[in-house]
Design a binder for this molecule. Structure first.
Ligand SMILES: Nc1ncnc2c1ncn2[C@@H]1O[C@H](COP(=O)(O)OP(=O)(O)O)[C@@H](O)[C@H]1O
Ligand SMILES: [Mg+2]
Length: 255
């Protein structure tokens, strides 16, 4: 892959031609480490990671298996705690957030898209997409309108009554994208979202993510596919729990 050593300024999105972000730092990791301790083993999944993600960026994360990509997304998504360092989300240090508050903040700030879709098998497409809104106490009419709009956006309105096992992988991932965006979170985190899809379905999910980015979403996506890195405004390469290279670029836009 074409990467270069980290240069404090070169990686800054303001220097990217065509960059559409506001420049405000939305997520800031500083000196972040994550150690998993099991009976006999300490695994250093992340070591001293420093990363700023600005509002409106589309960051693509690459690196070999076991290099800490999923751990990084879990931390960004408030799904996992830090062993050391600091993480500020929208200016607020996450260590100052009460554990009981985390689900609410996660629900409002972050949409997740996983390689394995993670839809709930005994809920319909409609109910899967509605799920993030059920915690919010929205009036039924507004909830319905938001779910309809999200399904429309991913082209799955006609399958609203289907169940996940009645859909192709590509369709399931579209539903998962609808679920991630239905609450209109500022941040989308995607962990190898095309990893289980053939290239046609993978391409269409990437076009969808690119459209969401163009609409203002801030995206961090893990991918191994060099074709898909091109949609990003920046690529970050990880190795052994560290960010070893960053490269800003002009994204390819959705057709
Ligand atoms: N829950 C866990 N318990 C113990 N070790 C873990 C856990 N999650 C991840 N690891 C280890 O942390 C390292 C980084 O894992 P991960 O973030 O999943 O890497 P990647 O997504 O880049 O493949 C690996 O060595 C992995 O085995
Ligand atoms: Mg992973």
């Amino acid at each position: 892959m074409n990467t270069e050593r980290i240069d404090q300024d070169a990686g800054h999105p303001e220097h990217v031609p065509g960059y559409v972000g506001s420049g405000e730092v939305l997520m800031r990791l500083d000196g972040v480490s994550k150690v998993f301790c099991t009976d006999e083993l300490e695994t250093h999944a992340l070591s001293n990671v420093r990363l700023d993600v600005h509002a409106g960026e589309f960051v693509s994360i690459a690196g070999p298996s076991g290099s800490g990509k999923t751990t990084l997304l879990s931390i960004l998504g408030l799904l996992d705690s830090l062993s050391a360092g600091t993480y500020a989300l929208a200016g607020q240090s996450v260590s100052s957030i009460e554990a009981s508050e985390l689900p609410r903040i996660r629900n409002r700030q972050i949409g997740f898209i996983f390689q394995s879709f993670n839809l709930i098998g005994d809920l319909s497409v409609y109910d899967n997409v509605a799920l993030p809104l059920t915690y919010r106490g929205l009036p039924a009419a507004e909830r319905r309108q938001r779910v309809e709009a999200a399904l429309e956006r991913v082209g799955m309105s006609h399958r609203r009554k289907h169940f996940p096992n009645q859909l192709s992988g590509g369709q399931q991932q579209r539903v998962a994208v609808a679920r991630a965006v239905v609450g209109d979170p500022p941040v989308l985190l995607a962990d190898e979202p095309t990893g289980n899809l053939d290239s046609r379905n993978g391409d269409s999910v990437m076009e969808l993510l690119s459209e969401l980015h163009a609409g203002g979403a801030t995206i961090c996506m893990v991918t191994h596919n060099p074709d898909y890195t091109r949609y990003a405004t920046r690529t970050v390469t990880m190795l052994d729990g560290q960010v070893v290279a960053e490269q800003a670029q002009t994204p390819r836009l959705a057709q």
